[in-house]
Design a protein around this ligand. Structure first.
Ligand code: OGA
Ligand code: MN
Length: 285
């Protein structure tokens, strides 16, 4: 495969051309793509004409798929595809104050998918199906750039710290409801604050909306530090904003970036993207 790689930001993110997800990509070509993923953290591929089945087959090249828990965003039905949408089953726009939209609005908080699981995810991919005329971008922030720019004293202080990530935290922020399944099955978990990529040796901050406290630190001080780190890590210089086209497939490394959705006129326009999430290879600690 002669893939063409074009960096889209000084710190991370690359557009890849010459890939057709719908086809069976040869192993050697997939290895090239995987190397781009490890290096650039976010891959943008335009014009992909795929259905859920094709998206799942391609996603599995990266590893095992995570099963989405039964929740308000998928009508309580667990499956490998998670749909970001504001359309009900009759094709009407779901009102912004509906509990399903409040639940999904937690996606607008900076986060790493599944950082609340004891084995956090490797990557996620979103495929754009229906888009509003403006708004609804997805932003990505490089946690490697954020880590690199800390001073050496702070890097040393953070090195072996453990952070508690709790799914309930992001829902609490937006006032969303957890399902009974989620209450029972998603207890707070411990994660390394600094993660090292074993392919590139780059270190990244592992923080975001699910992060609630730092072990062995006073609760308020830990929370305040997490807040300061998040603000530092999501400053403009480390952020890429993706303006979607229908057919775009975006793959991101949940170990190395945070992401968040941006608002659009949700009362008047539909926005539908389908997501797969690939499980990580082990705990972060
Ligand atoms: C996600 C997510 C943001 C968006 O699908 O994991 O956070 O822009 N989406 O829809
Ligand atoms: Mn997400």
């Amino acid at each position: 495969m002669s893939i063409k790689v074009t960096p889209l930001h000084p710190k991370f993110v690359a557009r890849v051309e010459g890939v057709d997800i719908a086809c069976d990509i040869p192993d050697a070509d997939f290895a090239d793509l995987r190397a781009v993923f490890e290096k650039h953290s976010v891959i943008i591929i335009h014009n992909q004409n795929i259905d859920d089945e094709k998206q799942m087959i391609f996603s599995k090249r990266f590893g095992e798929l995570e099963m989405m828990a039964p929740h308000l965003g998928n009508n309580g039905v667990p499956r490998h595809i998670s749909v970001m949408h504001n359309e009900d089953k009759d094709g009407n726009i779901i009102p912004p104050d509906d509990k399903r939209m409040i639940y999904q609005s937690a996606n607008m908080i900076w986060h790493s998918d599944s950082s609340f699981k004891s084995i956090p995810s490797l990557c996620s991919m979103l495929h754009a199906r229906v888009l509003p005329p403006k708004g609804g971008e997805t932003e990505f922030a490089s946690m490697r750039a954020a880590y690199d720019s800390l001073d050496s004293k702070m890097k040393k202080f953070l090195e072996h710290k453990v952070v508690i990530h709790d799914f309930a935290n992001t829902r609490k922020i937006v006032g969303g409801q957890l399902s009974e399944w989620q209450k029972k099955n998603l207890p707070p978990v411990r994660q390394a604050l600094i993660r090292k990529n074993t392919v590139t040796n780059r270190k990244a901050l592992f923080i975001g909306g699910h992060a609630t406290s730092i072990e062995d630190m006073d609760k308020d001080n830990g929370k305040a530090l997490l807040g300061e780190l998040l603000e530092h890590a999501t400053q403009k210089a480390f952020v890429y904003s993706h303006n979607w086209n229908v057919g775009d497939l975006v793959i991101w490394d949940n170990r190395a970036v945070l992401h968040r959705g941006r608002p659009w006129d949700i009362a008047n326009y539909k926005r539908i993207l389908h997501r797969t999430t690939v499980a990580g290879e082990g705990p972060s600690i």
